[in-house]
Design a protein around this ligand. Sequence first.
Ligand code: IMP
Length: 205
Amino acid sequence: MQLLLATTNDGKIRELRKLFEGLDIEVLSLKDLEDKIEVEEDRQTFLENAIKKAKEYALYYNMPVIAEDSGLVIDALNGYPGVYSARFYNIEFGGKFDIEGLSKDEKNIQKVLKLMENERNRSARYVSVVVFYSPEGFGIFSEGVCEGEITDKPIGNMGFGYDPIFKPLGFDRTMAQLTVEEKNKISHRGKAFYKLKEKLTKLFS
Ligand code: IMP
């Protein structure tokens, strides 16, 4: 069986591929396909964005798809960056942070740290919604959450995105100090994926 991971994000591809290890499934990502289509993530919730991506890619490529939408939700910032996590540096909320010479991840991190300066409530969570959709019109989804807090400076160089400033609950290391295996065990994406796998196994066994 072939399955398409509907993402071009290297960090997500690395983590999701690891979760498929040992299964008899050929896992492709959008990076493996020459004929590329863009699906805009313009919805207000992770679920709506993930469903939109899964459906459009499954119907276009005529193969089962797993799409994921995720982000960082910070209580003191009224839930931002949320669905804007990937391009937080470039939205009006909190001012634009398009600093030359920095990567998108670094710009996003700098903006969060600036907005969180002197903030005592540092609680936050990563949320991931994973959707499986097959071109025959069958779909299923699951959600995973990883609670944690925002540090006051970036630490670690593994993972991606906001990992250097996100310390999972009960850990004295940031997500960027965990290996892929360690991260998958506790991460929003790992949890959402395991739940999805259980649901699919129950349905098809
Ligand atoms: P999208 O789901 O492709 O819209 O991107 C989600 C964005 O949320 C990423 O670009 C990251 O900025 C952030 N994000 C999602 N999951 C993680 C994670 O596991 N670590 C760090 N940042 C994440």
